[in-house]
Design a protein around this ligand. Structure first.
Ligand code: TXA
Ligand code: MG
Length: 356
């Protein structure tokens, strides 16, 4: 039986949160809101509870979890040999949508880190997440609260649709703010390596550290890694049930080639009797008016936060509507655009058409 409890996302009621604290203390699983996406949490020191997370999600055991904390003491307890850059960056960006990978202390159990010598740690900025960790008096290990391979949950309905009946408790704190998972930066390498782009941009991190960050191909969503260092590197991720084709441009100043290619793909597939959907933007949707297909706009290209926030919701919407094939538009890779493209490329399973 899964219980769903509602809290005020800004001022969570303590009595209500105590129900969740009890579940964590007894080794149970709690889905809770963060500012990025919903997380599926357990006491990070409870081996049985951590293993349950993997089982419930159907998550491969070599894909490690992020530990969520509420103060710097917990960070110090869980890590060792922390480089100066780590403190520079977390002082500026925590609490917030940034995860740092550092060497782990002996307190961290192997089940959380998939036996890696490092650990991923994040202090979330969401009042419900922070208060839950604080009242639980233990850091909380939590992946995104979706079934493995599905788009991360940004609304309570997403969590319910994936995990109802499988976990102990779901805390309803409304829609999440950013709608994409945290930025992950590996600080054990020199220079630091971006493992997953997120709401905090590489440009932000480089400005704070005063050095260039390494951006591997897989962080752009372009290549699979042989080990699961960040989600989607090794496994198909953020995936809608529908097939997806992503149309990319070199230069997004002139959108005409993009619009024309989307139209061409749609018409070709409609001819074959495929149920097609278009994932577009406020600037382009009018050019598809005559096409008798489902269109979802992610928002204005001028507001990348809006595009990111609506992305996973849109992918799940296409599934609800039983679309077979999604034709998706690309975005400029700058700033938050890199995060959006990482998610889109992975959702497309590397099914990309690049126009010059
Ligand atoms: O925004 C977020 O980060 C959300 C919310 C709930 O905090 N969490 C999230 O967790 O997206 P998850 O499990 O879906 O993605 C975390 C990824 C793991 O898949 C893993 O690849 C990477 O973080 N990771 C964890 N530990 C790592 C480590 N020691 N080294 C490299 N990557 C690691
Ligand atoms: Mg995930």
């Amino acid at each position: 039986m899964t219980k769903v409890i509602k809290v005020n996302p800004l001022y969570p009621e303590l009595d209500t949160l105590k129900v969740a604290v009890n579940v964590i203390a007894q080794g149970g699983l709690v889905a809770f809101p963060t500012e990025t996406v919903y997380g599926l949490g357990a006491d990070c020191f409870n081996k049985k509870a951590v293993l349950k997370i993997f089982k419930v999600k159907g998550r491969p055991p070599d894909n490690p979890l992020i530990i969520h904390i509420c103060n710097i003491k917990q960070f110090e307890d869980l890590s060792k040999d922390v480089p100066e850059e780590a403190f520079t960056i977390i002082k500026k960006l925590w609490p917030g949508p940034l995860t740092v990978v550092v060497k782990k202390s002996s307190l961290v159990i192997d089940e959380v880190t998939a036996s890696l010598p490092t650990v991923a740690i994040r202090m979330p900025a969401h009042p419900v997440a922070l208060k839950l960790i604080e009242l639980s008096k233990t850091p909380i290990a939590a992946p995104s609260a979706n079934l493995a391979g599905r788009p991360s949950p940004t609304t309570i309905n997403h969590v319910i649709s994936d995990l109802m009946g499988l976990i102990d408790l779901i805390i309803d704190g409304g829609d999440t703010l950013f709608g994409v998972e945290s930025t992950i930066i590996d600080l054990t390498t020199k220079p630091p390596t971006l493992l997953r782009p997120g709401p905090i941009t590489v440009e932000d991190i480089e400005r704070i550290l005063g050095i260039k960050v390494k951006i591997p191909k897989y962080a752009k969503g372009l290549h699979e890694a042989s080990v699961a260092l960040a989600p989607g590197m090794k496994y198909r991720h953020y995936a809608p049930k529908a097939r997806m084709i992503l149309i990319e441009l070199n230069n997004y100043e002139n959108l005409n080639p993009l619009i024309n290619k989307v139209r061409e793909e749609v018409l070709q597939n409609l001819d074959k009797g495929v149920k097609v959907g278009i994932l577009c933007s406020n600037e382009t949707i009018k050019f598809y008016k005559d096409l008798n297909v489902i269109k979802i706009s992610l928002g204005s290209r001028k507001n990348k936060y809006e595009i990111a926030r609506n992305l996973f919701k849109a992918l799940r919407k296409f599934d609800e509507l039983n679309v077979d094939l999604i034709i998706a538009e690309g975005y400029e890779e700058k700033g938050l655009g890199l995060t959006i493209m990482n998610r889109l490329r992975k959702a497309a399973g590397f099914n990309i058409v690049k126009l010059s």
